[in-house]
Design a protein around this ligand. Structure first.
Ligand code: ARG
Length: 720
């Protein structure tokens, strides 16, 4: 009895410790222990209210928004809240210089005025465990063979569980690095309309300066609606479609927040790698991250120069610029935090413990030795890989030209005329999209700059064989910017991609030699072929091994500590997760304490009239100065709360996620992580990690007081 008591006590303590706030839990597999811990922390909902296999539950209000965000249903008429930065591309696309919704904001006065977009949303229908089927088919396989077989098996399951007529799409997710496989069945709705957005000065207040940082004052929200056909089924856009009738929608709370309040976040975190090896950390901080940051620095500089000059260019490049800038700052911050907290050293320590345990286990004995060898073999080429994706392909012209290699291969294979025609038509279509988004001035500068950076930074042994020699002969010294400038100018002047007449002639009669002679195509093809023929295969080999060692390591970790294994959550894989924690202040560094909310006072302190990042609409400044907060005022602060922070474990993909109180009422939208914990993809910091949220009362204030869209407020269920 006594012994049992001790074991129990020990287990409880362990769980108490492990259950900090770390964890992105699968709602389907929410174990009783995790659920109990949520209740202990304050949750008032039953497990069935959160997630039920066939009855409506909270999970039915949570959607995949667009390509990589989360949204939530907030009314009985399919109204969606998500982040401004998630709606950004759709808002920019709906805008013109005359009707500049990105700059000025927009609220549809009625359903009729809601603007069609090219976005779709996906609802999770169910989750099937297919682990046994997958693992049985992979028995005895390793390396490239296993990678291929796994891809084939997953594709077959996806196909089997999908139904195009009903817009049912299935995607099997590999969890715990390939130790578990779950099939996520979704239903996609493709009529999604823009309902409202604040002006960019509100929705992106603080811009890239404040991005990934607390204290924050960004009104990062936008409003959409999902439509169905008259029968309530998914349908393409039609003016006859009707507003979606949800199974579940979230009530909205106007109640004040306190430090320590329970907070739960649902959504689609994209990726984490919490069991990354020390070798992976080192490669990231030594090579991968700094190379990406350096190349993005250059690209962003030239894009920004043009965006500042011309509102039309700003609209054209804004969305692409925002996403490049977002992860430019992320990876810079990640490197700094990984080094500051010595995550490399922490991982090494854990690996030493593992290796000691593994000495008697043949399956794991040589794991870390083999893993080190794989990294050593790949390391000399790692920079080249980043140069391809972030440098060579960093020029939009070259990225588009490289897509024409598809057409080239059809042509040189002497394919059937019908196949050639199909490939040519696809290329023609892709060119239209490219031209719409193309800004020649910045692109030409990017091409010149990255071509020189590649020359100087990538190991000369790995350069495309004759490229730089020819460049020198034709354009001059390779240590002179002028050489690259003149070369890039020639590529842009002479390519047929910008020349409608020559392009149309080519598409009418596609010819491989003509294509190969095009300077933009030749540039792309030279670098891509060089990489693909020599280094691509090494990269694939490395990835296959790295995945295999990663899977083995995680399997071993779970074997080594079976108590911990029961309480482990899988890395984020852009599948639905729930995380829970508290609204909470923190200490970012010695002697500094950060409050858990920001208010309109701070917004006005940051406000700088006419500034690119810190401007505000005049009407907003006036209303805030008058303290016209209406029912959205926080009674304790006597102010309008703008943002708040929680201890929840989230990552990119969770953007737009609902932050819920203990009753499942919406208190905010998650939109960012804090700078002090930017190492969060690789290591969760239990003291410093915070999720940055926009307070729902500020969202409603913007819609109501600033936007005058009371019809939207009337659609919501408000909890006071
Ligand atoms: N860092 C946030 C995210 O990844 C917001 C990004 C948008 N803002 C920006 N300034 N680029 O979700």
């Amino acid at each position: 009895m006594k012994k049992l008591f001790f074991t129990l006590l020990f287990t409880i303590c362990m769980i108490g410790r492990m259950l900090a706030d770390e964890g992105m839990w699968l709602p389907l597999l929410l174990g009783q222990q995790v659920y109990n811990d949520m209740v202990k922390k304050g949750l008032k909902l039953t497990k069935e209210q959160l997630y039920h296999i066939n009855k409506p539950s909270l999970k039915d209000a949570i959607i995949i928004f667009g390509g990589g965000c989360t949204g939530e249903i907030v009314s009985s008429k399919g109204l969606i809240f998500t982040n401004h930065h998630c709606g950004y591309d759709a808002i920019a696309s709906a805008s013109s210089v005359e009707k500049n919704y990105l700059r000025d904001g927009f609220y549809a006065a009625s359903l009729n005025e809601e603007i069609p977009t090219s976005l779709s949303v996906q609802f999770l229908v169910r989750i099937d465990d297919v682990t046994k089927e997958v693992l049985d088919s992979l028995k005895g396989l390793s390396g490239a063979e296993r990678v291929q077989k796994q891809a084939a098996v997953l594709a077959a399951i996806n196909k089997r569980l999908s139904k195009a007529e009903e817009s049912i799409e299935t995607r099997v997710s590999s969890l715990f690095k390939g130790n578990q496989f779950l099939a996520f069945v979704y239903q996609r709705y493709s009529d999604v309309r823009l309902v409202g957005t604040p002006p960019e000065s509100v929705g992106k207040f603080g811009g890239d300066t404040d991005n990934w940082e607390w204290p924050r004052h960004t009104g990062d929200f936008s409003v959409f609606r999902v439509y169905t056909d008259a029968a309530g089924k998914p349908a393409k856009y039609s003016k006859d479609n009707i507003a979606y009738k949800p199974k579940w929608y979230l009530p909205v709370s106007l109640k004040p927040l306190k430090d320590g309040d329970f907070a739960m976040i649902w959504g689609y975190p994209g990726s984490t790698n919490r069991y990354e090896s020390s070798y992976g950390i080192k490669l990231a901080t030594d090579i991968n991250n700094p190379t990406l940051v350096k190349l993005r620095d250059a690209r962003l500089k030239y894009m920004f120069e043009e965006m500042k000059k011309d509102p039309a260019v700003k609209l054209q490049l804004a969305s692409s610029y925002a996403s490049i800038a977002n992860y430019w700052k992320f990876f810079d911050g990640e490197t700094k935090q990984l080094l500051k907290y010595d995550v490399y050293g922490q991982k090494q320590k854990a690996e030493t413990v593992f290796t000691a345990w593994a000495t008697t286990k043949p399956e794991y004995q040589t794991l870390f030795n083999d893993w080190a060898k794989a990294y050593d073999a790949w390391r000399p080429y790692a920079k080249h890989r980043v140069y391809m994706s972030e440098g060579i392909m960093g020029s939009p012209l070259i990225a588009f030209a490289s897509s024409l290699m598809q057409l080239e291969s059809v042509l040189v294979r002497n394919s059937a005329p019908a196949d050639i025609q199909k490939a040519a038509a696809a290329a023609d279509q892709a060119r239209k999209a490219f031209l719409e988004s193309s800004n020649k001035v910045s692109d030409e500068k990017i091409l010149a700059t990255v071509t020189r950076m590649f020359y100087e930074d990538v190991d000369k042994q790995q350069h495309p064989v004759t490229f730089y020699g020819t460049l020198k002969n034709q354009y001059g010294a390779l240590d002179n910017d002028e050489t690259y400038r003149r070369y890039a100018a020639d590529v842009f002047a002479k390519t047929m991609i910008f020349d409608n007449t020559r392009w149309s002639a080519f598409i009418a009669k596609p010819d491989a030699v003509l294509l190969q002679g095009d300077p933009a195509f030749a540039h792309a093809s030279t670098f891509v072929s060089n990489y693909n023929s020599k280094y691509g295969p090494l990269s694939q080999q490395f990835n296959a091994k790295n995945a295999e060692f990663g899977r083995l390591y995680l399997k071993g970790v779970m074997e080594m500590d079976t108590i911990k294994a029961k309480m482990m959550y899988p890395d984020a894989t852009f599948t639905m997760r729930v995380s829970y924690g508290n609204v909470k202040s923190y200490q970012p560094r010695d002697a500094v304490k950060y409050d858990y909310v920001t208010t309109s006072r701070g917004l006005l302190e940051k406000y700088k009239a006419g500034d690119y990042e810190f401007d505000l609409p005049a009407q907003q400044v006036a209303l805030l100065k008058k303290k016209d907060f209406g029912q959205y005022m926080d009674p304790t602060r006597k102010d309008l709360v703008i943002g708040f922070i929680t201890t929840n474990d989230i990552t990119g993909g969770n953007s737009g996620s609902p932050v819920l109180n203990n009753k499942g009422e919406l208190i905010g939208l998650a939109f960012d992580g804090n700078y002090e914990a930017l190492s969060h993809k690789l290591a969760f910091d239990k003291d410093l990690n915070r999720t940055i949220c926009v307070d729902i009362r500020y969202v409603l204030w913007c819609i109501d007081k600033l936007g005058g869209a009371t019809r939207l407020i009337n659609e919501l269920t408000l909890a006071k």
